[in-house]
Design a protein around this ligand. Sequence first.
Ligand SMILES: [Zn+2]
Length: 69
Amino acid sequence: MTDTPPPTWPARTVPCPACGQPARYAPDNPWRPFCSARCKQLDLGAWASEAYRVPDPTPPAPPDDTPPH
Ligand SMILES: [Zn+2]
């Protein structure tokens, strides 16, 4: 028996990180903290392109499983 109340999440409005418009930060906004799916996609796209742009400075070392002699 638990008397723990369900987590209350008061809805509030936050500025959308992508466009700055007021976004509803609430459980019923699946794109929070963004204001819309489009803004979320924009942000994800930026992240993806950024990740792809970063080169790996350390080349993968060859497997050292060959005996030296
Ligand atoms: Zn937005």
